[in-house]
Design a protein around this ligand. Structure first.
Ligand code: HEC
Length: 361
């Protein structure tokens, strides 16, 4: 740990770069994923419009997914390198003392304890953050790849696993958003403002409060001699090279072999006409009875007589049935469109039959 006036070195440029990539991929996936999970929400539809259609959103989601997969792979290679070649301690593995630290921290926060616990280089909160993210991302990657290759997966597994994977994918994603949004952002933005992942430096004070032990402790002597490290490095590079190439090739195959999941159902053409209806068959009494049960009356008035400065009167409408149903299916300037799921063709026919002969009240 080198110390200078600006603070104590905490994150290397490589770690900061990894964090940036992770953050971009994560945000990208959230913005292109959650609107698909909550498709009927207004904010979802705003985002879909921004991306010019759900088709683009789905492609973008996969682009960010590939970025994230690349980052995980890179991260795992680095972890193995640090542990196996450099012989560094596994500083993020949860230990019993983390539980003790967490309890002491809680006691300290509720004033049952005067002193903060002295915590290691990565404290319990950061370990929790790390493992929530890593396990979450791995689970999302697994279920995401299953959804990407439904045919391949159901060659061996029963069909139910696909909707199950979808539930898990969406549920875990929501959990991660909440966990990261609360635990991580609270920890680095609110509890105390900590910019170290951007600057690489942490203040002496934050170090004392959160990682006092790492300040006091002697740096452990390297586990391996320089010669041993060199020997390990020479074995690591070719093995890592082969594994990475194999994984990238496997991943490339998984991502391109099946096109199922990228194809979208073609956009539904609005059904404007109702050819199966006999226009003579409408029933004015039914139309009148229906009126009050539909959303129409909120704008056009309980009597369909219009409201001042609002929607026009529909009584005695001169529109043909085709014009009338077109307005309802496509909407107008200020009128929303209604699909046949909300107001069926037959309903529209009854309404029109009643309205065209309805005198002004
Ligand atoms: C949010 C308010 C709103 C709702 C709900 C609404 N409308 Fe409208 N509607 C309007 C407004 C405003 C207009 C006129 C301007 C326009 O086209 O947006 C209109 C126009 C129309 C017209 C065309 C009138 C003409 O003479 O050109 C028809 C027909 C009509 N609405 C039928 C309906 C029916 C049937 C429903 C229910 C299924 C309905 N509207 C629900 C606001 C609404």
């Amino acid at each position: 740990m080198s110390k200078n006036s600006a603070g104590i070195q905490r994150f290397s440029p490589r770690q900061r770069f990894e964090h940036l990539v992770l953050m971009v991929a994560f945000l990208g996936l959230v913005l292109t994923g959650l609107p698909q999970k909550y498709a009927d929400q207004d904010w979802s539809q705003t985002l879909v419009k921004l991306m010019d259609g759900v088709e683009n959103m789905r492609v973008l989601h996969r682009v960010f997914a590939v970025l994230l997969l690349g980052e995980i792979l890179y991260h795992l290679v680095i972890v193995v390198y640090k542990l196996w070649v450099l012989g560094l301690p596994a500083s993020l593995v949860p230990r019993r003392r983390d539980l003790r630290n967490a309890l002491d921290w809680l006691r300290f926060n509720v004033h049952l304890k005067a002193e903060r616990p002295t915590m290691p280089y990565y404290n319990f909160a950061e370990k929790l953050d790390y493992w929530i993210t890593l396990t979450g991302v791995l689970l999302l990657a697994l279920t995401g790849l299953m959804l990407w290759n439904p045919i391949l997966v159901t060659d061996t597994l029963p069909g139910e696993v696909i909707p199950a994977a979808r539930q898990v994918h969406g549920g875990e994603a929501l959990f991660l958003v909440i966990a990261i949004g609360m635990w991580h952002l609270y920890g680095v933005l609110i509890k105390q403002f900590n910019r170290s992942i951007w600057t690489g430096k942490i203040t002496q004070r934050q170090m004392e409060q959160e990682h006092a032990e790492a300040l006091a402790a002697e740096r452990p002597a390297p586990k391996f001699s320089a010669a041993e490290m060199q020997k390990r490095r020479q074995r690591f590079y070719p093995i890592a090279g082969v594994v990475v190439v194999a994984l990238v090739a496997g991943m490339y195959w998984l991502l391109t072999t099946e096109e199922t999941a990228l194809e979208t159902v073609p956009r539904q053409e609005v059904q404007l006409f109702a050819p199966e209806l006999d226009v003579q068959a409408g029933d004015a009494t039914v139309g009148e009875a229906l009126w009050g049960t539909l959303r129409c009356s909120r704008c056009h008035g309980t009597e369909a007589a219009g409201v001042p400065d609002g929607a026009p009167s529909l009584r005695g409408t001169t529109l043909t049935f085709d014009e009338f149903i077109l307005q309802i299916r496509e909407g107008g300037e200020e009128m929303p469109a209604f699909s046949h799921l909300e107001v069926s063709d037959v309903y529209v026919l009854h309404l029109w039959t009643w309205l065209k002969d309805a005198a002004s009240p």
